[in-house]
Design a binder for this molecule. Structure first.
Ligand SMILES: Nc1ncnc2c1ncn2[C@@H]1O[C@H](COP(=O)(O)OP(=O)(O)O)[C@@H](O)[C@H]1O
Ligand SMILES: O=c1ccn([C@@H]2O[C@H](COP(=O)(O)O)[C@@H](O)[C@H]2O)c(=O)[nH]1
Length: 264
């Protein structure tokens, strides 16, 4: 149930505040932005660019890679045959649970993953903020995940460029050999991309071609994020949740043009 103070509102303002199910349109929670795309498309780089430019806001990243399931001793011995490009390789349930906690305003602790040993490290990542960017190849994989995002971004880069970047990155940062990277790419990465990542592109609100070097796309995105943030801040000031999960609107300042009367 929603209660309004005895005040007059413009129809457009009421429309702004409620959707058809009379739930508030403005959301007071943390803004969650899902960033999906193929391996080495530049998802992390796009997120870093957004963070750099959103000065004055607390923005954090969650790497879906932190949620890789650690390999057993057996699997580790034969890791060349392990498919890291299947959604089954990631604990998506844990990721979903963590995002739900963020939506409830909690500060969360995420696991850490070591690409060299294919195991969880002792480290944890504490995440909180006004905006949280969640990046990874399977971030759009389930409806539960997609429904949690306020905005969905897909980073779209040609596969030859992604493979070249992956070779450079994985041989220098992830302890791989050139032969190993190419074999893994042809056997698992490319088929996984085609089966799981490409079909999720259609769920994106925004598609960024060429990744972080696409300054025009990043600028447009930043403008939109700022609008969303303003809506969330208005929401935070105006909405108070009581223990029965009803919404109460408070301290709303409304300009005085043509008014409609709403009776409680
Ligand atoms: N626009 C770009 N130009 C050149 N190199 C890039 C660009 N974007 C990313 N890279 C490099 O490509 C690699 C993968 O980028 P990253 O942002 O980590 O991709 P993802 O998070 O999608 O795997 C990194 O080594 C990064 O420095
Ligand atoms: O132990 C592992 C875990 C994952 N991978 C590969 O990582 C990429 C996803 O990470 P990006 O940062 O998006 O590139 C995925 O394609 C896996 O193949 C791995 O090689 N080893």
């Amino acid at each position: 149930m929603t209660s309004l103070p005895n005040q007059n509102y413009l129809p457009s303002q009421l429309e702004m505040m409620f959707n058809k199910e009379t739930k508030p349109f403005v959301k007071p929670e943390t803004l969650l932005i899902g960033v999906c795309g193929g391996s080495a498309s530049g998802k992390t780089s796009v997120c870093r660019e957004i963070i750099k430019q959103l000065k004055g806001k607390k923005v954090d990243i969650i790497a879906q890679d932190w949620f890789y399931k650690p390999l057993t001793e057996e699997q580790r011995k034969d890791c060349g045959n392990y498919n890291f490009d299947s959604p089954l390789a990631i604990d998506l349930d844990l990721l979903t649970e963590k995002l739900r906690e963020l939506k409830q305003g909690k500060v969360i602790q995420c696991p850490d993953y070591d690409f060299v040993t294919h195991s969880r490290t002792k480290k944890t990542h504490q995440v909180s903020g006004d905006v949280i960017l969640i990046e990874g190849i399977f971030t759009f994989e389930t409806k539960e995940l997609r429904d949690l995002y306020d905005m969905k971004i897909f980073v779209d880069v040609d596969s030859d460029i992604r493979l070249s970047r992956r070779i450079l990155r994985d041989t220098s940062e992830r302890g791989r050999t050139l032969k190993g990277v190419i074999e893994q790419y042809l056997r698992f990465v490319k088929p996984g991309f085609e089966s799981f990542v490409v079909p999720k592109r259609k769920f994106a609100d925004v598609i960024i071609l060429r990744g972080a070097s696409n300054k025009v796309a990043i600028d447009l995105l930043l403008e939109r994020i700022k609008v969303e943030l303003r809506n969330h801040e208005i929401g935070k000031k105006q909405l108070k949740f009581n223990s029965k999960s009803t919404y109460t609107l408070e301290n709303l300042t409304i300009p005085t043009f043509k008014k409609v009367s709403i009776k409680n």
